[in-house]
Ligand binder design. Structure first.
Ligand SMILES: [Zn+2]
Length: 282
């Protein structure tokens, strides 16, 4: 599930490899992937890739006057391949064929088609609803005053930090890591944090998201892998020992994600009710 650090490194690697390439053709085998139809995707033929950048958890591939805004959702990957996809590859969603047989390919794993693309005039990208509604990036974390203002909402920290309109780039993996690093309960109300807690949270955003980017810069080569080697310490580690205090990491299961935390350091020793379990027991 690509979040700010994963999308940041993908944008950097793709930018280094694809900038300057000429588009030979472009098509979208994913029938529902393109959310815009005018201009059509094949208007990219003959254009030059100007660069690839990140906007929140989205990617923007710039082609001079046009730009392709891509949301990977939970299972999409944008990668550059040295040869073209087989038309039978059911994971293909958008294929941008470049000179030299290369292909910039949006693929999506699993059966759902949720990743999407919008081909827009380059000047309109920042005004597009998906971009204009983003809060400031979580990394580098906003200045202390601004960060405190964003958190001044009576909402639980876990959903608040994942709300892209409040702060951009954090999803279900990094939220667990950031809260654990800050030693804060996922169920604390943001507006009830004191100044020291707000600052711990802000520092945790920088430490963990910046740390992940630095890690990927070291270990990820020129090609973006299907699965990023995420340096996670608590997320998806329920049942293992907390790397800091040795307490068993606990989890709360929701319909489509799992929240992990250290009871000793984050919830005053309390093990939170597992909603999956309580639903089964009803
Ligand atoms: Zn711990």
């Amino acid at each position: 599930m690509p979040e700010l650090p994963e999308v940041e490194i993908a944008a950097g690697r793709l930018n280094a490899a694809a900038a300057g390439a000429t588009v030979e053709s472009a098509l979208a085998p994913g029938m529902v992937t393109m959310k815009t139809f005018d201009p059509p995707l094949d208007a990219l033929a003959g254009a030059t890739v100007a660069g690839v950048r990140r906007a929140g958890k989205m990617l923007v591939v710039e082609f001079g006057e046009l730009a392709l805004l891509i949301h990977l959702m939970s299972a999409g990957r944008l990668q550059l391949f040295g040869k073209r996809a087989s038309m039978r590859d059911r994971a293909s969603r958008i294929l941008i064929r470049l000179d030299g047989e290369r292909e910039l390919r949006l693929r999506e794993f699993g059966t759902q088609q949720r990743a999407w693309g919008k081909l827009l005039p380059a000047a309109d990208v920042d005004a597009d609803e998906a971009v204009s509604t983003l809060g400031p990036d979580a990394y580098p974390a906003p200045p202390a005053d601004e960060f405190a203002g964003l958190l001044d909402q009576p909402r639980h920290l876990h959903p608040l930090l994942r709300d892209q309109r409040t702060i951009a780039g954090i999803g279900r993996s990094w939220v667990d890591e950031i809260l654990w690093t800050a030693r804060l309960s996922p169920f604390r109300k943001a507006s009830e944090l004191d100044g020291d807690e707000v600052e711990r949270l802000r520092a945790a955003c920088d430490e963990r998201l910046g740390g992940a980017i630095a890690h990927y810069e070291d270990v990820v080569g020129a090609e973006v892998p299907d699965k990023m080697p995420m340096p996670l310490e608590v997320h998806r580690r329920a049942g293992e020992a907390c790397p800091r205090c040795g307490t068993r990491i606990e989890a709360v299961h929701f319909k489509d994600y799992v929240m992990c935390y250290c009871p000793e350091e984050q919830t005053g020793g309390r093990v939170l009710k597992d909603r999956r379990l309580s639903r089964l027991l009803k």
